[in-house]
Design a protein. Structure first.
Length: 686
């Protein structure tokens, strides 16, 4: 009767709660009433708008510079005579983020569009400290061999009604079995270079129960040592050095690229990328330096041309007053004067623009109160490089080839590791344990209250005695039928390796074509410089002989004006070709891969802390007293070298014989060395 009444009350309570929920969901929200005075917080009209991050940033002092110089804002400023070596040194010191000359004023400048991919001095350190899959540094790869400590401690209580006297531990049916438990587990696991895993574990289990037993409460557990070693797939130190311990892999997620060797190769690839960025910046700085030099030369030429045009116009004006010139000739001279003045203004503005470009690459402010002026003169001596020696240098020193060879080496090693996974996973498994049992966890005596012969009063005492032990030994094998995934991975690495090797071949061919164009550009620039020098000599001579005749009124003024224009154009063309020749020399060193060495730039690691050197000395001292294992190779196969490994040998014989008649070298009619006085000094081309 009581059970039926409780059942009816439960049904009534359930129906009441359900009705309240349905009524609450269906009622009109306009009838809702609230207590208290309202404090309206109005909703925003939109969910998305432009916001700014709350962050603190420091603005560099180079930003707070004076206004840039323009042709309308020219102030007296001290000249800073700048050598090319000083220019390169300043650029290297200030280039925490490596700049590129070609991206300036570009809408796709990567420093805005993709700042994470911009080269910087931090890139090698970023790679070294990487922890993500596929981008791990050496330290992260070595962390796979760090010992892992785990521990847990759990307490519990459980009360259950027993329906059977046998399974109830002697309790009468209907009685309550009460169990209070405590579980402690601790383990230390270590992975080794051969793929083996050693685990040292310890467990303690506490049980207090009202069931019939030897002790009302007791402690049980063990100390266990386990060892697991892969014998087929993932076995050996070579696989572990390449792919990392097989027990820590996640199938297709990690692949076979998590080992220490691959991490080291990734570091070398990052260094190659950094070296390439520094080399490109060095070339951009050199080009910008010579562009500024050319801008000064063009300005001096334009200034001289303007002064000549001014003098000619004044002479024509005087001759007009004397009746020996017409107004048309005077107007023509005045037109020439304004044309030269416009050219002077353009060339002066070009100086300011070229200086800003150079300052940007050097990491200097827009205007620091001084004016940069190059003082190094461009090289005018002819350089005739040897084709075969240059090709050997290019194929040996180009950083792009070294980077690709590192990539090939990485793929070769990963292919070896992938082949290992095409075998079954067969592991040797063994363990040994010492079991313990006791009425207490720790005790001063072995004598227990039950009076057992062994004395089970202390749990740790029974473990120390080692009378109860256990062990197991065996093999464990698992394998996917068909090895489809492993075979596909091998095939993928084979294709990637074949592509990388073909890319290396194409890179070498591309370098040969680049070097050929560099040779052609070098010869063209020098020949053009020679021709423009002779042109400048002729134009200067033309002006020299026309000026007296025009002053006397014997020649048309138009002849002198045209001669002055040609003279200015010849001087601009000469220095343009001379700068092009020096840029061609830089480009030749760039294509050969020796530009950094040519400029005295070398990459080196920074200093370590004193503690690191002390630790290194301590480890070296310990290794000095080590003994070699006769059955184990102490050193793995080398994968890196301090210098190029493969030699470069030419398989094409040098073409010899007389040149065709239409390609014979023409002998200059002038001396091998010529000099010409220009507006900015004496130019010599040998």
């Amino acid at each position: 009767m009581m059970r039926r009444r409780h059942y009816q009350l439960d049904r009534l309570l359930f129906a009441t709660v359900s009705l309240c929920l349905v009524w609450g969901c269906a009622r009109d929200s306009s009838n809702v009433r609230y207590l208290g005075e309202p404090d309206h917080q109005y909703y925003q009209a939109e969910a998305t708008n432009i916001a700014f991050p709350v962050t603190e940033s420091y603005t560099e002092g180079t930003i707070n510079s004076a206004a840039p110089r323009t042709i309308q804002n020219i102030e007296e400023a001290p000249l800073h005579d700048l050598t090319l070596a000083e220019c390169l040194q300043t650029a290297l010191q200030n280039s925490h983020i490596i700049r590129s000359g070609g991206t300036f004023l570009s809408s796709g400048n990567p420093i805005y569009t993709n700042p994470d991919r911009v080269s910087s001095i931090y890139d090698p350190a970023l790679q070294e400290s990487g922890v993500l899959f596929g981008n791990r540094g050496v330290e992260a790869a070595l962390s796979a061999f760090d010992a892992q400590f785990t521990t847990s401690m759990l307490w519990g209580r459980n009360e259950t009604v027993q329906n059977n006297a046998f399974f109830g531990g002697g309790l009468t049916p209907g009685g309550t079995l009460v169990a209070e438990t405590g579980n402690f587990n601790a383990g230390l696991q270590k992975s080794f270079g051969n793929g083996g895993i050693v685990t040292l574990g310890h467990s303690v289990n506490y049980l207090q129960s009202n069931a019939a037993q030897l002790f009302p409460s007791a402690y049980s557990g063990n100390v266990q040592l386990q060892y697991q070693l892969p014998l087929l797939a993932g076995s050996g130190t070579e696989f572990t050095r390449i792919a990392g311990p097989i027990g820590q892999q996640f199938g297709g997620l990690t692949g076979v690229s998590q080992g220490v060797i691959i991490a080291r190769i990734n570091n070398d690839i990052a260094l190659a990328d950094f070296e390439s960025a520094v080399r490109n910046m060095s070339k951009d700085v050199e080009d910008a330096y010579w562009d500024l030099y050319l801008a000064y030369r063009n300005y001096h030429t334009a200034m001289t041309a303007w002064e000549s045009a001014l003098e000619t116009w004044r002479t024509a004006q005087i001759q007009l007053d004397l009746g020996s010139r017409t107004r048309a000739e005077v107007a023509q001279a005045r037109d020439q004067l304004f044309a030269m003045e416009a050219a002077k203004e353009n060339s002066q503005s070009n100086i300011f623009t070229s200086e800003v470009r150079l300052r940007r690459l050097m990491g200097l402010p827009v205007n620091d109160g001084s004016v940069l002026r190059p003082i190094d003169e461009p090289v005018s001596a002819e350089l005739v490089p040897d084709w075969y020696a240059s090709m050997t240098e290019a194929l040996t020193h180009r950083v792009e080839l070294r980077r690709q060879k590192w990539n090939i080496k990485s793929l070769e090693l990963q292919l070896r590791a992938a082949h290992s996974l095409t075998r079954p996973r067969l592991d040797f498994i063994s363990s040994y344990q010492v079991n313990g049992f006791g009425d207490h966890l720790l005790a001063n005596t072995d004598n227990d209250v039950a009076g057992t012969a062994q004395g089970l009063n202390s749990f740790y005492e029974t473990i120390n005695q080692g009378d109860q032990t256990g062990w197991n030994l065996g093999l464990q094998m698992s394998m996917p039928v068909g090895f489809r995934s492993a075979q596909t991975q091998v095939r993928n690495y084979e294709i990637r390796l074949a592509k990388a090797q073909r890319v290396l071949s194409e890179q070498e061919q591309e370098i040969s074509h680049e070097l050929a164009v560099a040779f052609q550009e070098l010869a063209r620039a020098y020949a053009t410089a020679q021709t423009n020098m002779n042109r400048l000599l002729a134009a200067s001579e033309n002006v020299k002989y026309l000026e007296p005749n025009v002053r006397e009124g014997d020649k048309l003024l138009d002849d002198l004006l045209r001669a002055q224009t040609r003279n200015a154009e010849a001087e601009v063309a000469y220095y343009q070709s001379l700068v092009d020749y020096n840029k061609a020399l830089t480009n030749l060193q760039y294509r050969k891969g020796v530009l950094l060495e040519h400029n005295g730039i070398y990459l080196a690691e920074g200093a370590w802390t004193a503690e690191a050197y002390n630790d290194s000395d301590r480890r070296a001292e310990a290794r000095a007293y080590a003994m070699d294992e006769p059955f184990v190779f102490p050193a793995p196969e080398p994968f890196a070298s301090s210098g190029p490994v493969d030699g470069v040998y030419s398989t094409v014989e040098e073409v010899s014989g007389d040149a065709p008649a239409d390609m014979e070298e023409t002998q200059p009619t002038e001396n091998e060395s010529s000099e010409v006085e220009t507006a900015s000094g004496t130019a010599t081309l040998e």
